[in-house]
Design a protein around this ligand. Structure first.
Ligand code: SAH
Ligand code: SF4
Length: 395
């Protein structure tokens, strides 16, 4: 694959100019060429071009969503995930409704503007009703509410939408069906996931999807096709992150992906740096291809470098999801090894993030829902007017 990187050396700048000027201007082979960049100077040019598009489309401003990891009970057995059904070492929990409502109240009080409710996948009438009740209770807080609760029937998506959820995040994980079947056990269906994304769209959600980068067996053309897939389904929001092995999962010992461009004998530190670098390139190329979507700087970036999420913002992301889950649950919600802030409470996370974001010259859009500009454009919904005044003591 490295020949691609050398091959585009002279061609990189015109590609970036074309991508900056027009969304969806690049063909998959050109996206792959950008993703394969390994030269530091070219990488800096890639990030600068993506940042330029971000500033034009969404400004130098970061939207916050408080992330509540409401439960780790999961019916699925994804081969990469630390809370997969077969991992018997995980103590299972489900947050009671009152605690989820308290998380939402915290997000509202802190002026985050939005809340993400995430958990393992459960399909049952009682769970559907439980989520519905929670959504009705938090509706008066007027937060943007994103659900990330896995695959469900369209009627369930519809009920949750009517109860007050406005966004749904369901990563396709990879657009390559053969790779999807290699990283999932039998019975997990790529087609169903794809159909769920279509159903979410029909239900009127702002639809978010994404992939993991650096999966074992993944290639640059796969990642380029992932980004083209985001365009094909006309996604409003992108939540991508680097794949990080979890010791208690079957994929822990799989050979690293060629997309990490590892030098022979690379140590753990070099591998982490390569995972981060690829995750940042994915953000930048997605921004250059899609222009006006919301893109999250995933927590997995922070697991690889202390300032991983700020690097994500510099590469074109505009959303951060501070974890507001009570610390007593965080150890039981480890999708990958090295999850950050396990012992840090939500207030500490907020203060620390504010400093980090100021340090890169961006501001936090406190009190705003931060809906996807792409969704505004495609639905004709007017943009949210002026930010709410920050509450006392907020900067
Ligand atoms: N159960 C829901 C939401 C929780 S999992 C769902 O699967 O949609 C949220 C995301 O965590 C997944 O989409 C997956 O991309 C990511 N994830 C799981 N294991 C991971 C790992 N080892 N490294 C990086 N991301 C991982
Ligand atoms: Fe469950 Fe989501 Fe983990 Fe898959 S990725 S095992 S669906 S929590």
């Amino acid at each position: 694959m490295r020949f691609i990187s050398r091959g585009i050396k002279e061609g990189c700048l015109p590609l970036l100019e074309r991508a900056k000027a027009t969304p969806r201007a690049l063909a998959p082979a050109e996206l792959a060429a950008l993703l394969a960049i390994d030269d530091d100077e070219e990488l800096a040019a890639l990030f600068a071009a993506a940042y330029d598009v971000k500033v034009r489309k969404v400004g130098r401003s970061v939207s916050f969503r408080g992330l509540a990891e409401i439960g780790n009970v999961c019916a699925k057995d994804c081969l990469y995930c630390g809370i997969r059904k077969s991992n018997a070492h995980v103590g299972r929990y489900q947050m009671p409704a009152d605690e989820i409502v308290a998380c939402a109240e915290f997000a509202a009080r802190e002026d985050y503007g939005s809340l993400v409710i995430q958990s393992g996948e459960i399909e049952s009438e009682s769970h559907t009703r439980f989520i519905e009740d929670v959504l009705r209770r938090i509706r008066p807080l007027n937060l943007g509410v994103t659900l990330s609760l896995g695959e469900q029937e369209e009627s369930v998506f519809q009920r949750w939408r009517e109860a007050g959820a406005s966004r749904y995040l369901l990563r396709i994980e990879t657009s390559n069906r053969a790779l999807y079947s290699r990283i999932h056990p039998q019975g997990h269906s790529w087609e169903r996931r794809r159909n769920c994304l279509a159903a979410l769209r029909r239900c009127g959600y702002q639809v978010g999807t994404g992939v993991m980068s650096g999966l074992p067996g993944q290639s640059f053309p796969d990642l380029a096709n992932d980004i083209a897939f985001f365009g094909e389904i006309d996604a409003d929001m992108i939540g991508m992150g680097p794949f990080i092995p979890h010791a208690e999962t079957p994929l822990n010992d799989a050979p690293p992906s060629e997309t990490l461009l590892l030098k022979p004998g690379a140590d753990a530190k070099a591998v982490a740096a390569a995972r981060l670098r690829l995750g940042l390139k994915m953000i930048a190329v997605a921004r250059l291809y899609l222009h006006d979507v919301n893109i999250a700087a995933a927590t997995a970036l922070q697991a690889l470098a202390d300032d991983g999420r700020e690097q994500g913002l510099r590469a074109g992301a505009n959303v951060i999801m501070p974890n507001i889950t009570d610390t007593r649950y965080r150890r039981s919600y480890q999708l990958y090894d090295g999850k950050p802030c396990l012992d840090e409470n939500a207030t500490a996370c907020r203060g620390c993030l504010q400093l980090r974001i100021a340090s890169i010259g961006e501001t936090i859009a406190f009190g705003r829902r931060g809906d996807s500009p792409h969704w505004h454009a495609r639905t004709g919904t007017p943009l949210e007017q002026g930010a709410k005044e920050p509450g006392p003591g907020r900067g």
